[in-house]
Ligand binder design. Structure first.
Ligand code: SF4
Length: 234
């Protein structure tokens, strides 16, 4: 049986259960720790590092680090803010993210976290990679330019949809999102109601014929900044 334990995040004591991941414990207690590859309905991945915190002084991904009784965690300090900003800025320059004409603007988690962290201009040069748009599926568009390789669609397709439509292929700078087909998305068994489509944090996976229904200014993060239901500010 899981025991109740106490951990401290930025000086605030919270109760959680043994083995609960720090990020989930924080969010459940109303404390926002910025995150991107984490999704509450999916197993954690620990790949984006946006949720990095200091645990007893050591840098750890809070989404994959189990809480232990008495842990002292720092999430809100200048060093971690700069580290998170650097990660988000890298994601922007590694892809082609043009918010002004993206359907997801105002609903995009990458954009929302960038605003939340106060990012104005990336410190790194834009790479402007040559990437393709896969519009071969009758209902879904996959725009590799906007994919941040968070792996949410991979986990959702595997764990929730019982399929294996997506896969992260190769490693390092060559990592890319692959589909389980010889040529393109249109050859997969992806369905319009798959969970994999729901969980994409950016505009990389879009359902066709539904775009721009919610006007700019009325979208989720236009109304309330990401994490505003939680207490932490950075
Ligand atoms: S398509 Fe979306 S959910 Fe899938 S890896 Fe790319 S950004 Fe993440």
């Amino acid at each position: 049986m899981k025991e109740e334990i106490t951990i401290t995040i930025d000086g605030v004591e919270i109760k959680t259960k043994t083995g609960e991941f720090i990020l989930r414990a924080a969010l459940n207690a109303g404390i926002y720790i910025p995150h991107l590859c984490f999704h509450p309905d999916l197993p954690p991945h620990g790949s984006c590092r946006v949720c990095t915190v200091k645990v007893n002084g050591r840098h750890m991904a809070s989404c994959t680090t189990p809480a232990e009784d008495g842990m002292v965690i720092t999430s809100d300090d200048a060093e971690l803010l700069d580290l998170r900003k650097a990660v988000i800025e890298m994601l922007f320059v590694e892809g082609n993210h043009f918010c002004m004409f993206c359907e997801m603007s105002g609903k995009c988690e990458l954009q929302a976290v960038a605003y939340r962290l106060g990012i104005l201009v990336p410190r790194y040069p834009n790479l402007f990679p040559q990437r393709e748009v896969d519009a071969s599926h009758p209902d879904v568009m996959l725009d590799h330019n906007r994919c941040i390789l968070c792996g949410r669609c991979v986990r959702a397709s595997d764990e929730k949809d019982g399929k294996h439509v997506f896969e992260l292929m190769e490693r390092g700078a060559k990592t890319r999102l692959g589909v389980d087909a010889e040529n393109n998305l249109g050859e997969t068994n992806l369905s319009i109601d798959d969970k994999a489509l729901d969980v994409c944090p950016v505009g990389a996976l879009l359902i066709k014929d539904t775009a721009y229904r919610i006007p700019i200014g009325e979208r989720q993060y236009d109304k309330t900044p990401v994490g505003s239901q939680h207490k932490g500010n950075k």
